[in-house]
Ligand binder design. Structure first.
Ligand code: ZN
Length: 124
């Protein structure tokens, strides 16, 4: 085997490796594209479900009832956790729009409503 053949072999091996790398890269890319589409599907399903829930609350087919109960229970639990988190962070909930913010701010930074309670106003 001459040096030229040897060089050609190395070049071929290098080509094999770069083909493999390209295939792996393609696969990674495909997997990312798949994951991205799957996320879009999840989001779309979620939006469909949310829309259906909002439109049909109280007038639903029986098969949906357990799911609606799950939503109501999860929403209540989520609201409870939000409140606990805001208390832990020393935040208050805006009485107007429901946004949470620092307990020492005087006005809601989302809707501008006064965050002072009626008691505070009477003290002033
Ligand atoms: Zn507000």
């Amino acid at each position: 085997m001459g040096w030229e053949d040897f060089g050609q072999k190395i070049a071929d091996a290098g080509k094999d490796v770069s083909d493999k790398v390209k295939k792996v890269a393609d696969l990674v890319c495909l997997k990312q594209k798949l994951a991205s589409e799957e996320r879009k599907l999840q989001t779309a399903y979620m939006e469909i479900g949310k829309l259906y829930y909002e439109k049909h609350e109280g007038e639903i087919d029986e098969e949906y009832i357990p799911l609606f109960e799950d939503v109501a229970a999860a929403a209540a639990a989520a609201a409870d956790y939000k409140e606990q988190i805001s208390k832990a962070r020393n935040q208050v909930q805006c009485p107007c729009c429901g946004a949470y913010q620092s307990a020492d701010s005087a006005f809601c930074n989302k809707c501008g409503a006064s965050l002072k309670s009626d008691d505070d106003v009477e003290d002033m």
